[in-house]
Design a protein around this ligand. Structure first.
Ligand SMILES: C[S@@+](CC[C@H](N)C(=O)[O-])C[C@H]1O[C@@H](n2cnc3c(N)ncnc32)[C@H](O)[C@@H]1O
Length: 229
C-alpha cells in the first residue's frame, strides 16, 4: 500500500510538458544510428510508442555505464533501440542478452545491430521470455523488464536469484499512461497487473525501489539480496 508519509501536500514536484523537451535538449547528444532507428521504427513498425524514447535511452546508457555491466538482460527487444542504448555501457567483454517472441522484428534488429559496434556482444533470443530466461547464465548486473505487463512479477522472480547483489532491475511502463493511478476495470488485466507489481516492488525487502515518472514510468530496483525467501 502507498505510505501516507510519502504523499505530497502540494504539487512541488509536479511537471510541465515543456520540461521533457528541455531535458532532452540539454542531455547528451543522441547517436546518429539511434536517430535513424527511431525514424524507421516510426515509419515501418506497428506501435512505435513501445520504443524507449530519447531521454529514457540516454538514461539507460548512463545506468549501464555507471554499473560497468558485464551481463545485461533485456526482456522485450522490439526494434532494438533500448538494446543499443544499454550496450553502450557494457564493460569490456560484457554481453547483452535480449529476448523477444516476435520473429517479424528480427530483420530490423539485425540490420541495426550489425551497423553498431556492439553487434558481437548482443545475443538475441527469439522466444517467450519465461522459457528463455532459465537458459541464460548469471550473474546479471542489469535486467530491463519491458515486455507483456501481466508477466512482470514472474520476470522479476525469475531473474532475482540470478542478480548480482547491487545490480539493477529496471521495469518500464509502470505508470501505464497514468492508468495505474485510478481504479482499474476488472477486465483491464495490464493495469491491474502493474498496480499489483508497483505495490509489490515497494514492499519487497529484497530491493530498494524508486519509481521515476520518466516517459511512461521507469522503476529502478537495486538488489539488496538475491535470496528468495
Ligand atoms: C515495449 S516493447 C520493448 C521495447 C524495447 N525494450 C525498447 O525500449 O525499445 C515490448 C516487446 O516485448 C515483446 N514481448 C511481449 N511478450 C513477450 C514474451 N512473453 N516474451 C518475449 N517477448 C515478448 C513484444 O514482441 C515487444 O517487441
Amino acid at each position: 500500500m502507498p505510505d501516507p508519509k510519502n504523499k505530497l501536500s502540494t504539487n512541488s514536484e509536479g511537471s510541465d510538458p515543456n520540461w521533457f523537451a528541455y531535458a532532452t535538449e540539454h542531455s547528451e547528444v543522441i547517436p546518429d544510428l539511434l536517430i535513424e532507428l527511431e525514424k524507421e521504427t516510426h515509419q515501418k513498425v506497428l506501435q512505435p510508442r513501445m520504443m524507449s524514447g530519447r531521454l529514457q535511452g540516454r538514461f539507460l546508457s548512463l545506468l549501464s555505464h555507471l554499473t560497468q555491466a558485464k551481463t545485461i538482460v533485456e526482456i522485450g527487444t522490439f526494434t532494438g533501440y533500448a538494446t543499443l542504448c544499454l550496450a553502450e555501457g557494457l564493460a569490456e567483454n560484457g554481453v547483452l542478452h535480449t529476448i523477444d517472441c516476435n520473429e517479424e522484428l528480427v530483420s530490423i534488429q539485425e540490420r541495426y545491430f550489425k551497423r553498431s559496434i556492439y553487434d558481437s556482444r548482443i545475443i538475441r533470443h527469439i522466444g517467450f521470455a519465461l522459457e528463455v530466461l532459465p537458459r541464460i547464465k548469471g550473474p546479471f548486473d542489469i535486467v530491463f523488464i519491458d515486455a507483456d505487463k501481466e508477466n512482470y512479477e514472474a520476470y522479476f522472480e525469475a531473474v532475482l536469484p540470478k542478480m548480482r547483489v547491487g545490480g539493477l532491475i529496471l521495469s518500464d511502463n509502470v505508470l501505464w499512461s497514468g492508468k495505474v493511478l485510478h481504479q482499474a476495470d476488472p477486465k483491464d488485466y495490464n493495469t491491474l497487473a502493474l498496480q499489483k507489481y508497483n505495490t509489490k516492488l515497494r514492499e519487497d525487502p529484497r530491493v530498494q525501489t524508486i519509481l521515476l515518472p520518466l516517459r511512461d514510468g521507469l522503476t529502478l530496483s537495486r538488489v539488496l539480496t538475491n535470496h528468495v525467501e
